[in-house]
Each structure stands twice: as structure tokens, then as C-alpha cells.
Design a protein around this ligand. Structure first.
Ligand SMILES: NC(=O)c1ccc[n+]([C@@H]2O[C@H](COP(=O)([O-])OP(=O)(O)OC[C@H]3O[C@@H](n4cnc5c(N)ncnc54)[C@H](O)[C@@H]3O)[C@@H](O)[C@H]2O)c1
Length: 337
């Protein structure tokens, strides 16, 4: 399948390199970016045939079967709509857009073209082996009825200075929309339930200057799902040891935890400093196989004319919950969804 990609930042490079090195069913033939150095990288390192600075030209000229939309969320809705309407199967990173109304428009276009053009959103945790294993255990009824879920999604402190530097111009949609959105989706997927109410709060202890730009270094949200399941979401950008993604699920008959210690691998080092386990350092490392699996799933769905597991509607709902957390933080009150 001939694929193009727009956006070759951290996430775009991860997808592009995964395709080139690990997904033989996709041939990356075109790349689009507003940065010249990224297009040079695409030609030299990814060996793409064509590069573009304008997304619509890539869609119109590169004869693509599918496109990966990995540019920022501020340009994503118009790009997804354009590609879908031109009949190019589209994979888009999360979030699908920055506002509910623009995402609703995208969902409408995707629904209208559903019979001829496939769409999948990048909630890769649904394709991670550990989360899939946990889901199987839950679905088997092994831990009984879920009563409580605690989810951590915290980026390493090594990225904090860069985050602070660019926070003013950031279009991430805020901490909950950028980080907790994965936990929100995972919780909907694992429980089959919807969020009913949230209360959020946050603080900037390590970098108080983030107060001035309305961003958060650490934030929490307490929530309740529509059947009473209780939830704590903890999101942040300041984990000193590495990339901390952790989910704990309590049930009436058992508990389970997914990656409470973010271990890099199965290696333990014994030396004169004691005993060490190295830590997972970043999202491309922790979810490497999940990123490969999600794209392989999308290709399979296109080939077999099946509905992908993650829909635009999932993106819309996760954004609604995340933006309600933000509103709750700003208004300092519990908000019903
Ligand atoms: N699934 C995940 O775990 C995960 C992790 C990180 C980022 N993301 C998402 O991926 C997206 C990209 O994140 P990033 O960290 O790579 O961002 P980034 O800022 O590093 O890269 C953005 C890229 O978009 C390109 N771009 C922007 N506007 C463009 C336009 N008009 N035309 C063509 N190209 C344009 C830029 O050239 C750049 O290559 C974000 O929306 C983020 O939420 C997802």
C-alpha cells in the first residue's frame, strides 16, 4: 500500500520509522512538513519518493492508498476531512482536533464516507500486549466487577525544560487533552462504560512559571463512570525516573496492575551500586510494538474491508471528557458530562 505522512516531529518520525523498518505491507512514498530539514530527513533517511510542503498537494498528486496525519491538532481536522473526501484511507494521531465542534464536523465527514474510506485514530494503548492481556482477564470475569481505576500518565522530567520553553505556543489542548486522553480512552475500552462526572485540580510546583501560560506540570482528576465505577487520573510532565504509564484496576474479586514500575525490559543489573532495573524512557520506547500493531491493524481493516477498532467517535468522546476536566479545573467544581 502506498502511504504518505504529514508531520515529522517526534511522533511522525516514530510512525515513519516503524513503517520503514517493521511494516512491509506499507510503502512510505511521500512526506509533508512545513520544515525543510524534516523533508531532507524524509528523503535521506526514509527514502520517500516525493516530499511536499502542502498537504492538499500531497493528497492530490502522490496517488496514495493511505495517509498518516501526524501534524499538530490545530491543523488535523481540515487535513482529515480533505483526505477522507478524496478517498484516501486516513490514520490520525490523537486528539482529533482542539474543539468539540470541529471534531463533530470530522466525525460527520468520516461517517458520510464510511463505505469507501476507512479511518482510525491513534489510541495505541488498545494495541499494547499488556493492556490486551488485562482486558482479557477483565472480560473473563477473573477480577469480578470493577470498582475503582487509578491511571498515571506522566512524561519524563527530561522533557520538562523543552515543554516549558514551548508551552506558551503549545496547541496540545492542555494536560488532560494531551496526556489523560489515553487513560480516558483505555478506561472506556476496558469497562465499556462512559464518564459521568469529573472534578479536576492541578499545580505547578517544579515550574511555577507554567501558571502564567495556563499549562500544568501535574494534574489530577477524580471521576465517576455511569455505573458508579470510581476513577483517579493522574497526569503530568515531571517523572524524574522516566516515562510513567501505570493503570491499576480494583475489582470485587481481584485487582490488576499494568506496569506499576515502568521497566525498560527484563534485565536486572547486579553491581557494586546494588541491584538496578532500567526504566522505560519515552512513549516511542514503551509503546513501540503497540504503534506497529495499530498500523498493521489499520492495513488489515482496509484490505479486509472491516471497521477499525478505534473510531473517530472514540476520539470525540475522549476529547469531551478531557475538555470537561480542563473546565472543572478552571471553574473549580464538579461537572456532569
Ligand atoms: N499517541 C501518542 O502517544 C502520541 C505521542 C506524542 C504525540 N502524539 C500526537 O502527535 C501529534 C504530533 O506530535 P509531535 O510531538 O510529533 O509534534 P511536533 O510539533 O514535534 O511535530 C508536528 C509536525 O507537524 C508538521 N506540521 C505542522 N503544521 C503543518 C502543516 N500545516 N502542514 C504540514 N505539516 C505541518 C510540522 O512540520 C511537524 O513536523 C500531536 O497532536 C500529539 O498529540 C501522540
Amino acid at each position: 500500500m502506498r502511504a504518505g505522512i504529514v508531520g515529522l516531529g517526534r511522533m511522525g518520525r516514530t510512525h515513519a520509522e516503524n513503517i520503514v523498518n517493521n511494516i512491509p505491507s506499507i510503502k512510505l512514498v511521500a512526506a509533508c512538513s512545513i520544515f525543510e530539514e524534516e523533508l531532507i530527513y524524509a528523503k535521506e533517511n526514509l527514502l520517500v519518493e516525493e516530499t511536499y510542503t502542502d498537504f492538499e498537494s500531497m493528497i492530490d498528486n502522490a496517488n496514495l492508498d493511505l495517509v498518516l496525519v501526524v501534524a499538530g491538532a490545530e491543523v488535523r481536522p481540515s487535513m482529515v476531512k480533505y483526505a477522507i473526501e478524496k478517498g484516501v484511507h486516513t490514520f490520525a494521531e490523537k486528539p482529533l482536533g482542539l474543539t468539540i465542534s470541529e471534531i463533530e464536523e470530522v466525525v460527520e465527514v468520516i461517517e458520510k464516507n464510511k463505505d469507501k474510506t476507512k479511518f482510525q485514530l491513534g489510541f495505541m494503548r488498545r494495541f499494547d500486549e499488556d493492556y490486551l492481556y488485562a482486558k482479557e482477564i477483565i472480560d473473563n470475569g477473573d477480577i469480578g466487577e470493577i470498582t475503582y481505576i487509578r491511571a498515571y500518565g506522566i512524561d519524563p522530567s527530561s522533557g520538562l525544560d523543552t515543554f516549558v520553553k514551548f508551552a506558551k505556543n503549545s496547541n496540545s489542548g492542555g494536560l488532560y487533552h494531551d496526556m489523560s486522553i489515553h487513560d480516558i480512552d483505555v478506561i472506556r475500552w476496558l469497562t465499556g462504560r462512559e464518564f459521568k462526572r469529573v472534578w479536576a485540580t492541578g499545580a505547578n510546583f517544579a515550574r511555577p512559571e507554567l501558571d502564567n501560560v495556563g499549562e500544568l506540570e501535574t494534574g489530577i482528576a477524580q471521576a465517576q463512570l455511569d455505573n458508579g465505577i470510581m476513577v483517579h487520573l493522574v497526569a503530568g510532565r515531571n517523572a524524574p525516573h522516566g516515562y510513567q504509564v501505570e493503570t491499576e484496576i480494583m475489582g470485587t474479586k481481584g485487582w490488576l496492575r499494568i506496569a506499576p514500575v515502568p521497566e525498560k525490559n527484563m534485565v536486572t543489573i547486579f553491581d557494586n551500586n546494588g541491584v538496578k532495573r532500567h526504566c522505560s524512557a519515552s512513549f516511542p520506547e514503551r509503546f513501540k510494538q503497540a504503534f506497529i500493531n495499530e498500523l498493521s491493524h489499520f492495513v488489515k481493516c482496509i484490505k479486509e474491508n472491516k471497521e477499525p477498532k478505534v473510531t473517530a467517535y472514540d476520539g470525540l468522546i475522549a476529547t469531551k471528557v478531557a475538555l470537561t476536566c480542563k473546565k472543572s479545573l478552571e471553574e473549580n467544581k464538579i461537572i456532569e458530562i
